[in-house]
Design a binder for this molecule. Sequence first.
Ligand SMILES: Cc1cc2nc3c(=O)[nH]c(=O)nc-3n(C[C@H](O)[C@H](O)[C@H](O)COP(=O)(O)OP(=O)(O)OC[C@H]3O[C@@H](n4cnc5c(N)ncnc54)[C@H](O)[C@@H]3O)c2cc1C
Length: 386
Amino acid sequence: MKKPEYLIVGAGPVGLILSLLLAKQNKSSHLLELRKKNDAHSDRRALALSYGTKIILENLGIWGLLKKKVTEIESIHTSQKNSFGRTLLSAHEYNLPALGYVVSYGDLSKALENEINKYSLIKITYEFEVSTIKNDKNKSILYGLNKDLPIETLLLILADGGKNTADLIQGLKRKETSYNHTALVTKVISEIPPNKVAYERFTSMGPIALLPNGPKEFSLVWTGEDSVINGLAKTTKDMFLKKLHEHFGERVGEFVDCDKFITFPLKKITLEEFPKSHMVIIGNSAQTMHPVAGQGFNTGIRDAYELSKLINESELSYVGSEAFINQYYVSRQLETKKTLFFTDSLINIFSNDLVGLSAVRGISLSLLDNFQPIKNFLVTKMSFGK
Ligand SMILES: Cc1cc2nc3c(=O)[nH]c(=O)nc-3n(C[C@H](O)[C@H](O)[C@H](O)COP(=O)(O)OP(=O)(O)OC[C@H]3O[C@@H](n4cnc5c(N)ncnc54)[C@H](O)[C@@H]3O)c2cc1C
């Protein structure tokens, strides 16, 4: 009997990882990807990876390929502009090798694709835009834009990143809310090099995250209201570096250079109802969150991991059934909800600028620095999920 082929829509990092996890179980998959081959390699957005993510990548043999491109985070410094509070989390205090790891989206995609090339069980078709997905009791059927072949499968996995998911599946109930925030991403060089320290600074112009990326550079993610960040993206380099210094303060000295600006409008997306059978939605397509806490990809990779585990443990006749789909979503619900709640809380607490509140937050950050149970909680969350 021919082995069933798992169809994966989207060869972003989550889709690629799922195909590798399935290949390790000797299962074949076919990825359909809108972009051109190698297009993702130039995506310079930095991803902060958790320890759990590192373990999954190690088991897949990816970590070794990435090693030269990864920077360890040894401590995380959190502070707020115009307030005296701050908290410092450090890996050695918790006997951890690192609080997280930074890698660019492009480098991760390249390493994953190189590994995939070793497997004949994985096929990727680039420049294939999936336009419609239908599912019935026995199968999912997928149609591509400008391609005349409907493709049928026992289990279709949607890992399309979520931007246009609503157009693909008629009647899918999901909640999409704009944060009215945009993220500006670039690399910056400062007078004082990163030295494996990550900074999160809450300012009236939105949170600024500086992630160490190599010995000399930081990857900057500055998120804030659309008009503010789009305004920043239009300024000259000199003006931008000056503004950054003004809001970030003295911790790393002056900012001396930066790269091109890339902006991402930010949305929150959650599923309100799950597909009934023969289809699973994972990664950003299932939950898109604000990048302030660096949890999006770390949650998506766990979706892929849990799904592959369930496939491995299941009889073939069970895979894709309504009970199977339900079992998968139940296994993911709690963690996803907690992560979305933590991420939204950070934004609500720190971007609410009512008079007097910033002083309270300042005191809280100082107290937090001395209050071990909450610090432990922060380590598991701010260190990008233990
Ligand atoms: C500024 C910023 C910073 C971030 N920082 C972090 C961080 O520090 N840590 C972290 O964990 N997460 C972070 N994230 C989140 C992270 O980028 C996402 O969670 C992650 O990229 C999700 O991966 P994915 O594979 O689900 O989706 P994507 O990366 O969006 O990939 C989806 C793929 O599907 C393809 N596709 C889309 N539609 C179709 C179609 N119709 N047919 C075929 N193919 C299609 C796309 O071309 C794409 O290649 C950040 C996000 C942003 C915007």
